[in-house]
Write a protein that binds this ligand. Structure first.
Ligand code: GLU
Length: 319
């Protein structure tokens, strides 16, 4: 495994945007809460560009994402990691997992896997990789051939529990819910689950704050931490932001990108004001500086229920 950044006695968190060019209000909420937690608790903040997710990444969007985070009032400490700039830390981790027999090569297509899951056991997820497809020699050391194979991580534990500091104790049955999951892709890049763990280890991250759509990923990542012989970070998964119809904020709710509101004249003060109501710091919408936000910020005031982005809030931002 790559070496950690120099040990610091301070906790370390990270902002890990995928620079897809579309930071929407839900992402902004996660980043602002994450950053405010760090700045009010004396944590270090690292920045990481998660740009390995191939086709969705657009040219120039990393710079735009950095500009937008700064405009919101966020800053960070130390070097920024851009995942695509050096794949060697992921190669190294994979070599270790291969040597230990924790992963196995698998070149079945999605269609082939789905066909094999057509009669799932009760409670099994359709997207799970069925155990019946696992090669008989899985668990034995394999050679790491970087470019040509998918590699799947062997999921042996019947249940994995996450002690989340926001969402509470959550148990996942990964053999049924995901099965052996992809750790390395045949594109020659690590899958999200592996890159996140390798990067959090090398950036010395002790506290992961993100949306609770990634809770199940935290369970998978816990298994990777164990396999890499490292302790898991503390998890803080925040409730999602929903659209007015009660579904997760997404494209169908219209264009909720921060950039779009900004182009219509939204000030950073308005964005922070909206975040203040979402975090339980203010009963109603009013412009606010990041300084005031930090002064008042207290995670205990934030509801543990999903937040709804209302028509009224949209109108205020756009006015
Ligand atoms: N890059 C991911 C995203 O923007 C975050 C992944 C993580 O926090 O682990 O959704």
């Amino acid at each position: 495994m790559p070496k950690n950044q120099p040990a610091s006695s301070k906790p370390v968190t990270r902002l890990a945007p995928s620079p897809t060019g579309a930071l929407h209000l839900g992402n902004a909420r996660t980043f602002i809460v994450n950053w405010a937690m760090a700045r009010t608790r004396g944590w270090q903040v690292r920045l990481r560009m998660e740009d390995l997710d191939g086709p969705r990444i657009k040219a120039g969007s990393a710079e735009r994402t950095i500009e937008l985070l700064s405009w919101m009032g966020l800053d960070w400490d130390g070097d920024t990691i851009v995942q695509s700039s050096d794949l060697s830390p992921y190669h190294e981790a994979m070599k270790g997992l291969c040597a230990a027999g924790d992963v196995f090569p698998c070149n079945l297509s999605r269609g082939e896997i789905q066909a094999a899951s057509s009669a799932p056991q009760e409670g099994a997820s359709e997207k799970a990789y069925p155990r019946s497809l696992r090669p008989t020699n899985a668990g034995e050391p394999v050679e790491f051939v970087e470019e040509t194979h998918n590699y799947r991580f062997l999921v042996e534990e019947s249940s994995t529990t996450i002690e989340d500091l926001v969402a509470g104790s959550r148990t996942f049955r990964l053999p049924r819910e995901t099965g052996d999951f992809v750790a390395w892709t045949r594109r020659g890049t690590p899958a999200y689950q592996l890159s996140v763990v390798v990067d959090d280890i090398r950036q010395g991250v002790t506290d992961v704050v993100r949306g609770d759509d990634l809770l199940e990923s935290a369970a998978r990542q816990t298994l990777l931490y164990k396999a890499l012989d490292r302790p898991s970070p503390r998890w803080w998964h925040l409730p999602l932001v929903l659209g007015p119809d009660g579904h997760r904020l997404a494209k169908r709710h219209g264009d909720t990108r921060v950039d779009t509101y900004r182009a219509q004249g939204m000030t950073a003060g308005k964005l922070i004001g909206l975040m203040a109501t979402w975090c339980g710091l203010r009963p109603s919408l009013e412009e606010m500086t990041m300084e005031q936000f930090l002064d008042d910020f207290n995670l205990d005031l934030m509801s543990r229920e999903p937040i709804t982005f209302t028509e009224q809030e949209h109108a205020w931002l756009a006015s």
